[in-house]
Unconditional design. Structure first.
Length: 471
């Protein structure tokens, strides 16, 4: 009720802000502080969370703190050289960025639209293409992680009266209700206590864990986790390409050792994400530039030995599909030729699946990689994290508007239910695709070839996939 009144009264809002700011300053100087919401982790997801909460007028009397262990990146300079860390950003993420004013900042720096996508495999001739011809929409945008983070940080600095950001401050320990040994029941009135490496002790009504795949919040809260090491590495690099005047296609080819993807950065450059065995990853990183370029072109272009039975069955099936769907004459496009690799841009990352069975506990919510870390083959990881941000921001606001506490378990449960309904199917699909394509066993190759050919022929199925990936 109080909150509803506050929402409509500008004078009350102003007074609340002044009181809050004064209180914050006083509290900040002491080592025992109180906050309504603390976000631990200012990566892409945690910073977006801070921006989203800071944008809600109904939360402006709440004290919100963002803790980030890394130093603040002052005077960001957009290097002419593209970074090797990039993300394919979905239209739903673009909408979130637009709502917090970060999309314009990204457009002012740089990003590249993806207008279509071709996915094919090396063990057969089957392929699938995606484009949103009907709606003429871009499928995704390739944006460097640094650009996303800088855009979000710029927005956050404009919200300094609503969100306190403490860089170079790591949360060292957390005491979470119900997670202390010997603590039988969960007392909703007990707040989460955070000790930082700066000697502060902060008590908060809602602790948001955005501290990445090795989340300390998740560990302190004793969240049960499903974890699988894929025993694969993703090799990334910035590639120079030729043979295209409109570099707007995302290419992905499934090799038996894992998928290789080339995503457009500009007409001249693309980024590489090559999933492979740890041994091959080391070999690729150690190669001379010319040899590395040859390996990449070979991985995209080279025709491998194919099983003749699989090939003949899948060709016959394609003829039937072409007969039934007369406009189904799919033309295979060829990816651009790689002519160079930016010096020093090669790096590799171990890949694993991490999924917390719960995303919430009393007064705690996990978002982003702290809740779910995926194989990058579908470029969904951070998009799901941004989906968490939109959902949690909405449910926290609803809690406050209904007169409840920001850490209300009832509203946190809504967040968890909604996000698990969205995230778990994606996790299972990506995990399944990884296994389906990690073999050259002929019956499996046949199965996936027929599946890919069928999916490619049914436009409504493809539209559904595009819709799903965009949301
Ligand atoms: C090769 C590769 C390619 C990818 N491509 C895509 C893609 O195309 N599309 C996509 O959607 N996703 C992609 N991803 C996934 C994406 O990169 C991650 O999902 C994303 O980076 C997760 O962001 P986050 O903010 O949740 O976590 P992080 O980026 O890990 O951020 C966590 C932050 O918390 C801070 N922190 C940690 N502990 C503490 C503490 N105790 N106190 C304070 N701060 C702390 C850290 O300093 C860090 O800043 C890819 C991943 C890889 C490896």
């Amino acid at each position: 009720m109080a909150c509803n009144i506050l929402r409509h009264c500008k004078l009350c809002n102003l007074t609340a802000r002044i009181v809050n700011t004064v209180a914050s300053r006083n509290l900040h100087s002491s080592s025992n502080e109180k906050a309504d919401i603390v976000i631990s982790g200012g990566g892409m997801v945690g910073t977006a969370m801070a921006c989203a909460l800071g944008h809600v007028d109904d939360l402006q009397d709440k004290r919100i703190i963002l803790l980030e262990s890394a130093p603040e990146k002052k005077n960001f300079h957009l290097s002419e050289r593209y970074s090797n860390r990039t993300c394919a950003i979905s239209p739903a993420t673009v909408s979130l960025f637009q709502s917090i004013g970060a999309w314009d900042e990204i457009l002012q720096m740089r990003c590249q639209p993806v207008k279509s996508m071709q996915v094919w495999e090396s063990c057969s001739d089957s392929l699938i293409t995606f484009n949103d011809e009907e709606l003429m929409n871009d499928l995704a945008y390739i944006v460097e992680n640094d650009v996303i983070l800088e855009a979000l940080r710029q927005r956050l600095s404009a919200l300094s009266d609503r969100v306190e950001v403490q860089y170079q401050t790591a949360a060292k320990s957390y005491v979470i209700p119900g997670s202390t040994p010997g603590h039988d029941g969960v007392d909703q009135n007990t707040w989460v206590t955070i000790e930082t490496d700066k000697g502060q002790s902060i008590q908060t009504k809602l602790m948001i864990g955005a501290d990445g795949m090795n989340s300390a919040v998740r560990k302190a809260g004793k969240f049960h986790v499903f974890q699988k090491d894929y025993k694969q590495q993703a090799v990334v690099a910035t590639l120079e390409v030729s043979g295209t005047s409109d570099n707007s296609v995302a290419w992905q080819r499934f090799l038996p050792t894992g998928p290789i993807a080339m995503l457009p950065l500009s007409n001249q450059y693309s980024c590489l994400i090559w999933t492979t065995t740890p041994g091959k990853a080391k070999y690729l990183k150690d190669l001379a530039d010319d040899s590395f370029v040859d390996e990449v072109n070979d991985a995209f272009w080279h025709e491998r030995d194919k099983n003749s039975t699989v090939m003949s069955l899948s060709h016959k099936y394609q003829e039937i599909l072409n007969f039934v769907f007369t406009d189904n004459q799919e033309v295979r496009q060829l990816p651009p030729t790689v002519i160079g690799v930016n010096p020093g841009s090669r790096a590799s990352f171990p890949l694993s699946l991490v999924h917390a069975s719960n995303y919430i506990k009393p007064r705690v919510a996990l978002i982003g990689d702290a809740a779910h870390r995926l194989h990058p083959l579908a470029g969904q990881g951070v998009n799901l994290g941004f989906g968490d941000v939109s959902c949690l921001c909405r449910t926290v606001t609803e809690a406050v508007l209904s007169g409840s506490d920001v850490g209300s378990l009832y509203y946190l449960t809504q967040y968890e239910t909604e996000r698990q309904r969205a995230v778990i199917p994606v996790v299972l699909t990506i995990h399944g695709l990884h296994h389906l394509y990690s073999t050259d066993f002929s019956p499996m190759v046949l199965l996936r070839s027929l599946g890919l050919q069928s999916t490619n022929s049914f436009q409504f199925v493809k539209n559904k996939i595009i819709q799903q990936a965009s949301s």
